[in-house]
Design a protein around this ligand. Structure first.
Ligand code: SF4
Ligand code: SF4
Length: 448
């Protein structure tokens, strides 16, 4: 009886949002497949969502505080573009967004008061967007005269979890690119330094896909657990496979079919964008599965190479997508030694040039030393040392022990010409020519 009432109540709510039961179940499937709610099936997610929707209707909303650090608010903008009415918006109605600089209707002291009350009540989620600018005491970004670092510390300490949303929040993003004058870093690194142990879920992307945030909130709000995280504290189901492995153009890559110029037949046939700089092979994210813009399309599908915006190492601000991947149109990143940047091809050419010069110098040296006559002859004493006895750097004319074929040993005094080694260059040349002639004769004899 109770379940019938719940089902019809849910249908009323869905209807109010213009959502059909079919699209609701489709959403549940998408959550299980793409967002990876731990170990659940579609019917279980559907049941959990139904119960939560009813709970939300009864006023049990999950409080969320959304703070901005150094950001362009692009992640907020992407989140706000979730189509309404939409199944995802239904889930978002299970949360109470108590504070958001951009979206909240309130402002000033009343909004700050709402945040303080939420923190004091506890049991909330903190979403943090933007990088942490540590330089200048954190005052480069401030609200109400307080540095954003202080605001983050205060809000993160008692949160159930912090979602670092977008690549800037994960590791400072483009602000952390060399030379990083503001000493930008990500939320995880900053909180670790501050000794705050609240779990951090890193969700990179520029902007982060709003559907990913919805899936994480679903995990937390509906299932009361965090998603399974990988070693960089990113949801494993979203960030453990490369774009390349999931890309529908992968077959063209395997066949060696590439777009090398826009406006060509290859481009119109959706060939692989690797040659145009696509960073799909080194970028881990589920973009080809979850898609953007209400699950319509994604970068490569729209004809643009992936620029690897989801690559962000939370433990290393220097390992950010701009620093590692720019310039985006090139296949390879630039190499850096201090402030000096250069293309990998430049390094290869420089090494090849140096080797070529060394070989030429070596060749001239060999020629000058008379060692280009087909073989290298043994020298009793190096010519240079013989000519410059006063500047010799060592004694090369030491006694030499020779082992004969029958195993007997013979010590030859220093300065002795070795058996079989001609005294003069002329004699050496004659002996060498005779050896070559004998070898040729042997070969001819062998052929007969
Ligand atoms: S377009 Fe990019 S991600 Fe897709 S197959 Fe080519 S290189 Fe891989
Ligand atoms: S496909 Fe690449 S550039 Fe596009 S959103 Fe995903 S990670 Fe970023």
């Amino acid at each position: 009886m109770k379940s019938e009432a719940t089902a019809s109540e849910l249908e009323n709510i869905l209807e109010l949002h213009g959502v059909t039961r079919r699209s609701f179940m489709k959403l549940c499937g998408a959550i299980v497949a793409a967002a990876g709610v731990s170990g659940l099936t579609v019917p279980r997610v559907a049941q959990a969502l139904e119960q939560s929707v009813i709970g939300a209707k009864e006023g049990n909303l999950y409080p969320v505080i959304w703070l901005e650090g150094a950001s362009c608010t692009g992640c907020t903008e992407a989140f706000a573009q979730l189509r309404v009415p939409d199944p995802a918006s239904l889930i978002l109605e299970m949360i109470s967004l108590n504070y958001n600089d951009v979206l909240s209707a309130g402002a000033g002291e009343s909004l700050e008061e709402a945040k303080s009350q939420t923190i004091a009540a506890g049991n909330y989620i903190l979403v943090y967007e933007g990088g942490i600018l540590q330089e200048w005491g954190g005052y480069a970004t401030r609200i109400g005269g307080r540095p954003s670092t202080e605001i983050l510390t205060e809000a993160a300490r008692d949160a159930n979890a912090v979602v670092a949303l977008g690549s800037c929040a994960v590791n400072g993003g483009w602000m952390a690119a060399h030379p990083n004058p503001s000493n930008a870093c990500g939320v995880q690194q900053y909180l670790t330094q501050a000794g705050i142990s609240t779990p951090v879920v890193n969700v990179p992307g520029c902007p982060a896909n709003p559907e990913w945030l919805v899936s994480i909130l679903t995990d937390v709000v509906v299932m009361n657990s965090l998603p399974q995280l990988n070693d960089q504290n990113k949801p494993a189901s979203l960030f453990d496979q490369t774009i390349h492995d999931l890309c529908p153009r992968r077959g063209h890559f395997e066949n060696g079919e590439f777009v090398r110029q826009y406006g060509t037949k290859e481009e119109s046939e959706n060939y692989c964008l690797y040659a145009m700089g696509c960073r799909g092979p080194q970028t881990r994210a589920a973009c080809p599965i979850t898609l953007y813009n209400d699950r319509r399309s994604w970068c490569v599908d729209a004809g643009a190479p992936c620029i690897g915006c989801c690559e962000a190492n939370p433990n290393d601000p220097g390992d950010n997508w701009v620093e590692v991947n720019a310039p985006f149109a090139n296949r390879h990143r630039k190499l850096r030694i201090g402030d000096w940047q250069f293309e990998p091809q430049t390094l290869c050419l420089a090494i090849t040039g140096i080797l070529a010069v060394c070989l030429v110098i070596h060749g001239f040296g060999m020629k000058k030393a008379g060692r280009l006559d087909g073989n290298v002859r043994f020298e009793k004493k190096r010519r240079w040392d013989a000519k410059h006895p006063d500047r010799s750097i060592g004694d090369y004319d030491e006694p030499l022990t020779i082992i004969h074929e029958d195993g007997t040993k013979e010590t030859v005094p220093a300065g002795t010409n070795l058996p079989g080694v001609p005294e003069s260059d002329e004699a050496w040349k004659k002996q060498h020519a005779a050896q070559v002639a004998a070898k040729k004769a042997d070969k001819k004899g062998g052929r007969k």
